[in-house]
Write a protein that binds this ligand. Sequence first.
Ligand code: DX5
Ligand code: ZN
Length: 234
Amino acid sequence: MRSKTPHNVKIAPSILTIDFGHLADAIAAAEAGSADMIHLDIMDGNFVPNISFGPLIVSTVRGLTDLPLDVHLMIQDADRYLSDFAEAGADILTVHVEACPHLHRTIQRTIELGCKSGVALNPGTPVESIREISPFVDMVLVMTVNPGFGGQRFIETSTSKIQRMRALLDEYNPTCDLEVDGGIGAHNIGDVVQRGANVIVAGSAVFNGTGDIAGNLSALRDGYAQVTSRRRKK
Ligand code: DX5
Ligand code: ZN
């Protein structure tokens, strides 16, 4: 399945599981390895069973790189914190459909704050749940693990969900980016790109303790290169 609108593939390393004592080194290495953006996972211990970090770290990362900051809000009551994350330097603010009762208002506020707007959905949430909001967002994030932790296994049924989401977006918002997050590495990136994902979050596949961040990013790019070169030939 291929979108009628061409979407450049972008890789967004997630810093969730890095050693924060070496935050600056991790960001510099991702940048040197030609990462397209930095993905920041905000967890509140309420919407998800883990607590990560808040606007202070986003602002620290903002001071370390000019790459776009892709902020994934896994929090309840996101409306209360949108301006804090915008002021901290977020470029994209993504909220969860399951955590936002007034989703349209939340998305409007994100846009008013000058950020790109994203909406995320959990593995158990149907594609159809974002249909009404889809014309208003810049990006849809299909979670391919249950949010809360890095290093989990990709849920295999997600491949068909990505394909169905791309079809829905082609109908309602063809230029919308489709992001995937969780359990993605060189072994399956080709498959998710083939199904229509174009913004690829990778945490443990990039920051896996080998120290070769640029090599890991390059392996990810090799993993989807065949898919995109086949497209160009067609
Ligand atoms: C999970 C987070 C992910 C996570 C990805 O809740 O949203 O961004 O850090 O990590 P990997 O790539 O290791 O699954
Ligand atoms: Zn994430």
